[in-house]
Design a protein around this ligand. Structure first.
Ligand SMILES: Nc1nc2c(c(=O)[nH]1)N[C@H]1C(S)=C(S)[C@@H](COP(=O)(O)OP(=O)(O)OC[C@H]3O[C@@H](n4cnc5c(=O)[nH]c(N)nc54)[C@H](O)[C@@H]3O)O[C@H]1N2
Ligand SMILES: Nc1nc2c(c(=O)[nH]1)N[C@H]1C(S)=C(S)[C@@H](COP(=O)(O)OP(=O)(O)OC[C@H]3O[C@@H](n4cnc5c(=O)[nH]c(N)nc54)[C@H](O)[C@@H]3O)O[C@H]1N2
Ligand code: SF4
Ligand SMILES: [Mo]
Length: 699
């Protein structure tokens, strides 16, 4: 037995990237702790503490595999890396030659760390058909921000008087925000939480508006109406920088207190109290969450309505408000500029076909440099506007898509499918070739950014592996670089390997690779804070009118309402048949998408899939705690257990996604999408719940 050595790395389960001290003995990780010097200050969440279970899980893919059974069956034969690369190259090169590079769709799931390399890889292959899980995550917020003001923005929480915590519960989905906010509250910052659920965070807010999910736009338009009526707006800012104010002013007049109380289900007194708080606090900042507001069919317009408040009150591009950012590269989770965009765009192909989803989601397609993956299954199955012959994916999980049964069907019909994953999930079972990726503990990784949310130093970091890759697995970066040598593409940077790519990226940053490699600590790089108040005001808004557009000229050109119009998000099903509203997606602290579905530790927290419903609704339906129920929408039904909780309001039900035996996305229509962003309306689906009679009980 050796003496354990403590090696530094980060947890890559979620984007908090908490620092991890890994105790390594005889080449095995024997213990993990949070690093004290990192922003997580020695702490990890339950998922991070379970890292050893993640690394040494039984269902790790151990070697490259070739499918020998039917698609989805899971029968494979081990092959060598050389055989796998050769076979992949044979197919992809042939499709490129015969049908063009656009006949291959490249896709990645949630993991972000390799995206700069992957996006360049796709460009070098010759297509713009690069798609990611961000077809359902965060990019719709960016889209709304860009339509409004030409760039992404962030709340300047540190300097604000009032934080509008709109769909915000960091206790479940993250860790740092809360520490920061608690300290700011002690200094006097006020918080309004707008959340359909009672959560640990909502209880700490000065005011909680428990509105019906998906009605945020109406609430924001009421606030707009109130601020204008009370003359709590910034005339000077509006005159200089706002486009469409008159149309907006007229439109919001329809959002009266009575009407909005009815739409949102919140009490009139509380709506007025919130509006008054907005009027009394000249600086207010709005949270820009990745999911809750945009997972509705009206997501982009709702979010635009929120940000309109920032514009009319002069809080946009001002300290303590929402500040545009010039430097962020949200595509790869980097807050500072380490040259990713040049790295990706310098090999951008020309004369390509329109990206997947361009016809259905033209606004998305114009603004977001990714295909809209919600159109992937349709294009594969219908073959229009051109056929997709093959998919090359890193970490694909079909269960994250609404109407996922259709995507499984598409995977059955596509000619060739490669999936790279750490674990043998149900999607990988459809692949012709499966490649084993290693975990973050087994790979080297280049990181750049602010190293944690609202952490103020632009820095870069190079992490060396803590242990050798298990079995025959490799890092995604190595896989992409090695495969590039087999494919019909000329990329002299990628083909030299991951280390060479990192050096290439670093050449403009002012730190050398050798300096970085000797330490696991982050190195500060020159560069400004990403959020500079006044930048847009000084340099102009990158919108068609050069102003903050309350009426978006891009939306007008595409035939959408230019105003941040409010429309109901729920599907058009009969309310009598489906009286409840399903919100499929509020985060649970011990779940992470598909990743912990098989974990033993997770079962202590939630042993089986459950749907959260209000005890009063449950009583009306004669349902008791942990009884078997059927959750049904117009698209299908699933069996699961009931969890009675006052966190959820009457009329609403919540559940987490990705359960294999109770797959909520299988009962959400594949076309239940926001027409502007293509984002799924996971969080506003009409449904009903019935008790299962003893005999037909769910397992
Ligand atoms: N109903 C509903 N559906 C949702 C959501 C919701 O709120 N409600 N949320 C949506 C959102 S916001 C998101 S981001 C998506 C997330 O959706 P997914 O992309 O499905 O996320 P994961 O299941 O975490 O990861 C996908 C796969 O990546 C693999 N993986 C992990 N690390 C690596 C790695 O380093 N390399 C490789 N090659 N593979 C790896 C995992 O094993 C897993 O199989 O789900 C979306 N779907
Ligand atoms: N533990 C854990 N952490 C995660 C993840 C995970 O799966 N598990 N996923 C990661 C990913 S991919 C993402 S995108 C982020 C998402 O992180 P968050 O944006 O924090 O996501 P949620 O917890 O889904 O939503 C936050 C709050 O918004 C509320 N909400 C839901 N619908 C609405 C609505 O229509 N209006 C309003 N105002 N509020 C609403 C929910 O009740 C919830 O309390 O979390 C990341 N962190
Ligand atoms: S919050 Fe948890 S899952 Fe996310 S990086 Fe930190 S330890 Fe990992
Ligand atoms: Mo996400």
């Amino acid at each position: 037995m050796g003496i354990p050595e403590v090696k530094k790395t980060v947890c890559e389960i979620c984007l908090n990237n908490c620092g991890v001290d890994a105790w390594v003995e005889d080449g095995r990780v024997v213990k993990v702790e949070g690093s004290r010097e990192c922003p997580n200050r020695g702490k990890l969440c339950v998922k991070g503490y379970a890292s050893r279970e993640y690394i040494y899980r039984e269902d790790r893919i151990k070697t490259p595999l070739r499918r020998v059974g039917a698609r989805g069956e899971g029968r494979f034969q081990p092959i060598t890396w050389e055989e796998a690369y050769t076979e992949i190259a044979k197919h992809l090169n042939q499709y490129k030659k015969e049908f063009g590079a656009d006949s291959v769709a490249f896709y990645t799931g949630y993991s972000k760390w390799y995206r700069t390399l992957f996006h360049r890889f796709v460009h070098s292959f010759g297509t713009l058909n690069y798609g990611t899980e961000s077809s359902s995550c965060f990019q719709a917020v960016r889209l709304a921000d860009v339509l409004n003001a030409g760039s992404l923005s962030r709340p300047d929480i540190a300097n604000t008087d009032l934080f509008l915590a709109w769909g915000f519960n960091p206790f479940y989905s993250g860790v740092y925000h809360f520490d920061t906010i608690e300290k700011l509250q002690e200094k006097g910052m006020k918080v309004i939480c707008i959340d359909p659920r009672v959560t640990p965070f909502s209880q700490l807010a000065d005011l909680h508006l428990q509105i019906k999910a998906g009605t945020d736009g109406a609430l924001a338009l009421f606030f707009g109406n109130y601020l204008i009526a009370q003359d709590k707006i910034d005339h000077d800012y509006i005159k200089k920088h706002v486009h469409g104010f008159e149309e907006y002013r007229e439109y919001v007049q329809g959002f009266t207190l009575q009407r909005v109380a009815k739409i949102t289900g919140e009490k009139e007194e509380k709506l007025v109290q919130a509006a008054q708080m907005l009027g009394e606090n000249p600086h207010f900042a709005i949270h820009e969450g990745a999911a809750p507001l945009t997972h509705h069919r009206n997501g982009v317009q709702n979010f635009r309505a929120l940000m309109a408040l920032s514009a009319i009150s002069g809080n946009y591009d001002r300290e303590g408000g929402n500040i545009p950012t010039e430097y962020a590269n949200p595509k790869v989770n980097r807050d500072c500029d380490v040259g990713d965009e040049t790295f990706i765009q310098e090999v951008r192909p020309k004369n390509t076909k329109p990206k997947i989803g361009s016809e259905r989601f033209p606004v998305w397609s114009e603004i977001i440099d990714e295909f809209q993956a919600m159109d992937l299954s349709r294009q594969i199955l219908e073959g229009t506007p051109y056929p997709i012959k093959a998919i090359f994916a890193l970490g694909m999980n079909v269960r994250m898509f609404p109407g996922d049964t259709k995507l499984f069907e598409a995977l059955r019909s596509v000619e060739f499918f490669v999936d790279v994953d750490i674990f043998m999930n149900d999607t990988a079972k459809y692949a012709d070739i499966v490649l084993p990726a290693c975990t973050s503990f087994e790979r080297s990784q280049f990181m750049g950014g602010f190293m944690g949310h609202y952490y103020n130093t632009p820095s870069v970091r190079y992490l060396s592996p803590v242990i050798q890759p298990l079995y025959e697995s490799k890092s995604d970066a190595d896989i992409l670089c090695e495969l590039s040598r087999y494919l019909d593409m000329e990329d002299s940077v990628l083909s030299k390997g991951h280390e060479a790519c990192t050096k290439y990226l670093l050449r403009k940053v002012g730190v050398t690779f050798s300096e970085l490699k000797v330490t696991s600590a982050a190195a500060r790089i020159p560069g400004k804070l990403p959020y500079i108040p006044g930048a847009n005001t000084e340099f102009g808004y990158r919108t068609p009118t050069g102003r903050f557009e309350l009426t978006s000229e891009i939306l007008r050109r595409h035939g959408f309402s230019p105003l941040p119009t409010y429309e109901e998000s729920a599907d058009e099903q009969d309310e009598n048949l489906y009286p409840l509203q399903l919100t499929a997606g509020g985060r649970l602290p011990y779940e992470f998408h598909s990743r912990f579905q098989n974990s033993r530790w997770k079962k202590y927290f939630r042993p089986y899939p459950m749907v959260d419903l209000n005890p009063k609704d449950a009583r009306d339906l004669s349902i008791r705690q942990e009884e078997d129920v059927v959750l049904e929408s117009a698209y299908g039904s699933i069996c699961l257990k009931a969890n009675l909780t006052y966190m959820v309001d009457q009329g609403a039900v919540f559940m987490y996604q990705d359960y294999k035996d109770a797959d909520v996305n299988s009962i959400i229509g594949e076309n239940h999408l926001d027409p502007i962003s293509g984002f799924p309306g996971y969080r506003s689906v009409r449904c009903r719940i019935t008790k299962v009679k003893a005999k037909e009980g769910a397992k």
